[in-house]
Design a protein around this ligand. Structure first.
Ligand code: SDX
Length: 422
């Protein structure tokens, strides 16, 4: 049986047969049938917008691989900076390559003093840290006019390095500002995740980052680094397609991630667990969701119709963190919620399982982060994925500026009427 699909336009009897490769067929076949014919696909449920070799997902089997490596192996054996190198370069680094990469990232963590001393002061005292993060990423680009030289690989590599190195500093700056605490400068003697926790929580010279918590942070960064053509990455690619600089594109991606249906879900899960409050309230809450009163946040996924493999890893890591921090009391409610939902026909029939956001907030809270910081914690590592897709799109000869068409349902032509006649 040939790997082809034949389309027949019953209005004209015209047919076109087109090859199916890697599970897709080229939409140019439609234009062969009728140049004005468009496939109507709101939210792109059946659209492959690009070719990509970065991340592979199998939603039915619950598989996630970065450049072919299973997420379970990377989570257990790798570090976030090594995974960042893998995503960006396509191969795991040698020891020398990793040392050089870590040195370069470590020595680009400072941000311009004007960001700290003038830009950030423009925010209201209770500004949401994710809103500050989105704005700061865009503002950061204004310090680097060479960022527009996007087809110069050296320049793009420099911007990529700057963004990956500086997003933890921007995140910590937002947090410290919101807490009214003095900023903590990056400490080049610390690893990426240790340095972030230090910039976040250091008060007094005796503060030491707990290695178990630093490892948990690094693991969470690995798990959130990339995820194929999710909403935020699609935004990154759309902005990149107009040849905007990587900082502006990343600000657009972060804006998409901010939404409660996407990266904002981890914060929403914690608010949901707090609202439920007790184990006894779980059945009534699940019933209210089934009655259409809101969603079970942290559940469901456009691709995974099984357990999100990241949720499984995060759930296990939570216990290791709680050994150090003490158990998050909301864990029992989350476990009861999961058990109730996965046994309930409403969720089973819709293939709704815990996603990456369901348990991550419990760890973040145990690490000392307020819920408003959770999506920022998602954005830090996802900056690597966004930048990897940005570079891949720019070098893809099949790509051009994103400009979809529409199905017009508005008024047909009509003439302007004077206001007196309306
Ligand atoms: C992330 O794409 C990615 O890869 C994203 C991400 C990444 O790494 O980048 O994995 C990160 O964004 C994870 C998802 C975090 N969002 C949430 O946890 C919010 C809650 N989840 C839902 O909003 C929803 O599941 C989505 C947005 C995640 C997916 O939505 P879809 O694929 O558009 O599915 P849908 O909304 O069409 O739902 C199908 C059915 C509907 O019921 P019916 O209309 O058929 O009766 O399932 C229901 C929905 O009402 N449903 C839910 C539900 N999610 C879907 N019902 C209750 N609770 C939910 N969480």
């Amino acid at each position: 049986m040939a790997d082809t699909i034949t389309l027949i336009d019953d209005r004209t009897g015209k047919t076109v047969t087109v090859a199916i490769n890697d599970g897709v067929f080229n939409s140019s076949a439609l234009r062969e049938l009728d140049p004005d014919l468009r496939m109507y696909d709101p939210a792109f449920l059946s659209t492959a917008a690009c070719s990509s070799s970065i991340t592979y997902l199998d939603g039915e089997a619950g598989i996630l691989r970065y450049r072919g490596y299973p997420i379970e192996q990377l989570a257990e054996k790798s570090t976030f900076l090594e995974v960042a190198y893998l995503l960006l370069n396509g191969e795991l680094p040698t020891a020398d390559e990793l040392d050089e990469w870590a040195f370069d990232v470590t020595h680009h963590t400072f941000i311009h003093e004007n960001m700290r001393k003038r830009f950030v002061d423009g925010f209201h005292y209770d500004a949401h840290p994710m809103g500050m993060f989105v704005s700061s990423v865009a503002a950061l680009g204004t310090f680097y006019p060479d960022a527009k030289d996007i087809f110069n690989k050296q320049s793009l590599d420099r911007q990529t390095l700057r963004l990956i190195a500086k997003v933890p500093t921007l995140a910590a700056m937002a947090y410290r500002f919101s807490m009214g605490l003095p900023f903590v400068y990056p400490d080049n003697s610390l690893s990426y995740s240790e340095n972030f926790l230090n910039m976040m929580f250091k008060v007094g010279d005796d503060y030491k980052v707990d290695p178990v918590l630093a490892r948990a942070m690094d693991l969470l960064f690995i798990l959130h680094a990339d995820h194929e053509q999710n909403c935020g990455t699609t935004a990154m690619r759309v902005v990149a397609s107009s040849q905007s600089d990587p900082y502006s594109a990343a600000a657009g991606a972060a804006s998409a991630l901010y939404g409660p249906l996407h990266g904002g879900a981890n914060e929403a899960v914690l608010h949901m667990l707090r609202e439920i409050g007790t184990l006894e309230n779980v059945p009534a809450f699940v019933q209210s969701v089934k009655d259409g009163n809101g969603k079970l946040m942290g559940f469901g996924h456009r691709v995974y119709k099984n357990y999100d493999p990241r949720a499984t890893i995060i759930k296990k890591a939570a216990y290791e963190v709680f050994e150090v921090t003490g158990k998050n009391p909301l864990l029992d409610i989350a476990l009861k919620l999961e058990q109730t939902a996965v046994e309930d026909e409403y969720f089973i029939s819709r293939k709704l399982y815990p996603n990456v956001d369901f348990y991550s907030g419990l760890i973040y809270e145990a690490l000392g982060f307020p819920a408003e910081m959770f999506t920022v914690l998602f954005a830090i590592p996802r900056t690597v994925g966004w930048l990897t897709h940005y570079a891949e799109l720019l070098s893809d000869k099949e790509q051009k500026i994103s400009r979809p068409r529409q199905r017009y349902t508005g008024a047909s032509e009509r003439n302007y009427t004077k206001i007196e006649a309306r």
